[in-house]
Design a protein around this ligand. Structure first.
Ligand code: NI
Length: 173
């Protein structure tokens, strides 16, 4: 296992629609393990493949925040949204590709997703609370969509300008 470099917004790779994964190979398994390790290290509750520069439809998540509860790492390959609730929920979201910026985003409160697991089998589950928000946020990444795309243009541009400045500073070292 190894840590992967997380791309920072703005980056053209974060704006692209990712390709479906044709089959669950050992390479995909290794990628998922690296992504989980990178996510836990960050720390974050979700990470999508394009965030580590892999343009394929896969994301990992673990929304267990309570230290007394066992971790629940999940790997979702080729996820699809099969149902969303009419009821919505607003959460303050952040993103490992947009560090230190947070904003409220309203999304369906509950969502059903179907996906291919690392076992090569089809899974389907309903998510709620933080899990629902995280799953939809990560799913968006696979279609080149970021949480700031839900904000008004002024707020979005302000965050993007601050991120451009941060990237310039980091590039200079
Ligand atoms: Ni994100």
């Amino acid at each position: 296992m190894s840590l992967r470099h997380i791309l920072l917004h703005p980056d053209p790779r974060l704006k692209k629609v990712c390709d479906p994964i044709a089959s669950v190979t050992p390479e995909i398994g290794a990628l998922a393990e690296d992504m989980l390790e990178t996510m836990y290290e960050a720390p974050g509750v979700g990470l999508a493949a394009p965030q580590v520069g892999v343009m394929q439809r896969l994301f990992v998540m673990d929304c267990v925040k309570d230290k007394d509860t066992a971790a629940k790492p999940m790997v979702l390959i080729n996820p699809e949204i099969t149902w969303t609730s009419d009821e919505s929920n607003t959460y303050e979201e952040g993103c490992l590709s947009i560090p230190e910026h947070y904003a409220e985003v309203t999304r369906p409160a509950r969502v059903r997703m179907a996906w291919l697991g690392l076992d090569g089998k089809r899974h389907e589950e309903e998510f709620d609370h933080l899990w629902a928000t995280c799953a939809q946020h990560e799913f968006d990444h696979l279609n080149g969509k970021l949480f700031i795309d839900y904000l008004g243009p002024i707020k979005r541009q302000m965050i993007t300008r601050k991120m451009e400045k941060l990237k310039r500073e980091r590039a200079r070292g």
